[in-house]
Design a protein around this ligand. Structure first.
Ligand SMILES: Nc1ncnc2c1ncn2[C@@H]1O[C@H](COP(=O)(O)OP(=O)(O)OP(=O)(O)O)[C@@H](O)[C@H]1O
Ligand SMILES: [Mg+2]
Length: 254
């Protein structure tokens, strides 16, 4: 099982949308996918139709328990299972100490034989759940929107990633920054993209996921944006998201 964490300490950049689309793409390629929702906001769980975790199934809280918890996994569909958030007590883990934080790595690795890919969605701030998700992963990818504040956030995220690599997970590989919600028609935005590429070099992935209404609609209907595209903008979004997900899956299966 390969584990990828989707991380940016900034909110609303598309972490959860990317998590769910990677799952749709991997499931479409017949992979067995485990979605782990490390964000107490529980958007990924909501996207899977789980509002309150059923105590019968393993939840994110259980991954951090002192003793290993053995429970069945919440099925989403034929290919996908979910470890849901949504438990109020998960907020208490935002300030957990390192010995607690690293338990999730062990708990997820115990499930490795059942899945090909584990995707961890994270909260939009530096906290113990984000560190736990970085400690548990083989790869991390950073969706990012353009702007001054966003760039400030990325510098902080790089510190968090490097700190986790040196203290807890030296094998963690940062795949890079995926620019989200870009506007190709704005000259100012193109200049910002150029600036990002000169600042961060190969860390800025060549794929970009422009702002498209079809993405919001896909999220609201819990379906991949490439399902039944209607109209040229939707078709563009379908291709952009499919290509980006294929590229990421290829990169982590090398
Ligand atoms: N390329 C895109 N074009 C248009 N809308 C997008 C695009 N990517 C994401 N969105 C929308 O942006 C909103 C925020 O996305 P999402 O919830 O995935 O961000 P997030 O980083 O997980 O947020 P949070 O930090 O709150 O968890 C959603 O409504 C989503 O549909
Ligand atoms: Mg989210």
């Amino acid at each position: 099982m390969k584990t990828i964490t989707i991380a940016n300490q900034k909110g609303g950049v598309g972490k959860t949308t990317l998590s769910s689309h990677l799952a749709f793409a991997a499931a479409g390629a017949n992979m067995r996918v485990l979605l782990a929702d490390f964000d107490p906001q529980a958007s990924l769980s909501l996207g899977c139709n789980v509002v309150v975790p059923d105590p019968e199934f393993l939840s994110t809280m259980d991954l951090f328990a002192e003793r290993p918890v053995s429970k069945p996994l919440q099925p989403v569909d034929e290919h996908v299972s979910l470890i849901p958030a949504g438990d109020e007590a998960l907020y208490e883990l935002l300030t957990a100490k390192t010995d607690v934080v690293i338990r999730a790595r062990t708990a997820l690795r115990a499930l490795a034989s059942k899945f090909d890919l584990c995707i961890i969605d994270t909260p939009p701030e530096r906290n113990s759940l984000l560190v736990g998700a970085l400690a548990a992963a083989d790869f991390v990818i950073t969706p990012m929107t353009l702007g001054l504040y966003e760039q400030g956030g990325v510098a902080k995220l790089f510190n968090t990633i490097q700190g986790t690599q040196s203290a807890l997970n030296p094998d963690l590989r940062h795949l890079g920054i995926l620019l989200m919600k870009t506007n190709g028609r704005s000259a100012k935005e193109r200049a910002m993209v150029q600036h990002m590429r000169s600042e961060y070099g190969d860390y800025v992935l060549s794929a970009e996921l422009p702002e498209r209404a079809a993405v919001r609609h896909a999220v609201n209907t819990r379906s991949p944006v490439w399902e039944n595209p209607r109209g040229s903008s939707h078709e563009k979004a379908a291709k952009e998201w499919r290509d980006a997900c294929t590229m990421i899956l290829k990169e982590i299966s090398k």
